[in-house]
Design a protein around this ligand. Structure first.
Ligand code: PHE
Length: 339
């Protein structure tokens, strides 16, 4: 472990295990969302927090933000049902834990949390991004994450197919949560297939003209671009040989199970856009608005710049014969600490 500080604590009210992992504060206060998800064992949530917080350090560095990497993970038992009151208790516990870190870490939304949850955490600590606008925050970040994904998709398509016109492409969206659903809506015009582990999201897919398939068929679909928008770890030594896409670019965090999988994708000629660059839109927008006090226009420009950042990474990788993942790691490493 090369993290600065990791704390796992049972919530006083909720009795649930909450982990805050601070990977690095070399560039500034650690930032990273709060994930509330089910894990086979609570230790799996700790492992996830370690990996996700490390990815946040890279994400902040590549986006050029004066922030380090951190993450909160609450490990829920499998098929755990939480009442509204229990959820409030949990969110207050999370707020107390973050407050005890005295500003070394600020949280935001992630898988399983949204702006309303940030407002409850905000009852206990000021170190929280993306409260609703009515509560003084910059609101839902998922729309801005999706806007960043679209900028990334255009950059990837320009690099791989010589045109950034998405309507000429076929794409597969894997995961229709908050971010995936926005991406799907923004892709109207392209040939889209979509999937989610929740069959209840089928209507959403068909509403936007997408063809609904199983998650397995989505992963292995014969399309120009695969867009992973669900949980991470889907690209492995077992799944890479089954892929039929030409490129991969999506907002899911930690898409590669291990770093070496980037090499397997490269060998197969599949262009992988590093997730730490593609997924940064929400973080960038919230930081621009709440920390740097920029205007909505300035924040939007920063999110749009994900396209140029990614083009730079892909050009560097192609020009020097390394993987885009290695190019991203090099760029991030060169920016630690902030100069
Ligand atoms: N979940 C966001 C991400 O993975 C984290 C985040 C968003 C943090 C917005 C702060 C503000 O990038």
């Amino acid at each position: 472990m090369n993290h600065e500080h990791v704390v796992t604590q049972r919530g006083r009210r909720s009795r649930l295990p909450i982990t805050v992992a601070i990977h690095s504060t070399a560039r500034g206060r650690a930032a990273g969302g709060c994930r509330i998800a089910a894990y086979p064992h609570w230790r799996d949530g700790v492992t996830d927090a370690l990996r996700l917080s490390q990815a946040m350090s890279g994400k902040c560095a590549i986006a050029g933000l004066p922030l380090g990497g951190g993450k909160t993970v609450v490990s829920l038992p499998l098929s755990y049902d939480m009442s509204t009151t229990a959820r409030r208790d949990l969110l207050r516990d999370i707020g107390d834990l973050i407050a005890s870190l005295h500003g070394a870490y600020a949280t935001g939304p992630d898988v399983g949390t949204g702006p309303d949850d940030m407002a409850v955490i905000g009852e206990r600590t000021d170190y929280v991004f993306c409260r609703p606008e009515s509560a003084g925050g910059s609101g839902d970040s998922s729309l801005h994450t999706a806007t960043g994904v679209l900028a990334a998709l255009r950059a990837v398509c320009a690099h791989r197919f010589g045109s950034d016109d998405l309507s000429a492409r076929s794409v597969a969206v894997l995961g229709l949560g908050r971010v995936g659903a926005h991406v799907l809506r923004m892709l109207a015009g392209a040939r889209v297939i979509a999937a989610d582990v929740d069959p209840g999201r089928r209507d959403l897919a068909t509403r936007y003209g997408a063809t609904w398939v199983s998650p397995q068929d989505c992963l292995t679909a014969d399309v120009d671009v695969l867009i992973p928008a669900a949980l991470g770890g889907l690209l492995t030594a077992a799944t890479v040989p089954t892929l039929r896409c030409a490129a991969i670019a999506g907002p899911a965090n930690n898409q590669l199970d291990v770093p070496a999988t980037a090499g397997l994708l490269h060998e197969r000629g599949i262009l992988w856009a590093p997730d730490i660059a593609v997924s940064a839109g929400g973080l960038i927008h919230a930081t621009a608005r709440e920390l740097l006090h920029e205007t909505p226009e300035q924040a939007a420009q920063r999110v749009a710049a994900i396209g140029a950042t990614l083009t730079g990474l892909l050009d560097t990788a192609a020009g020097t014969g390394i993987t885009p993942a290695a190019a991203a790691d090099q760029l991030a490493a060169g920016r630690l600490p902030v100069s």
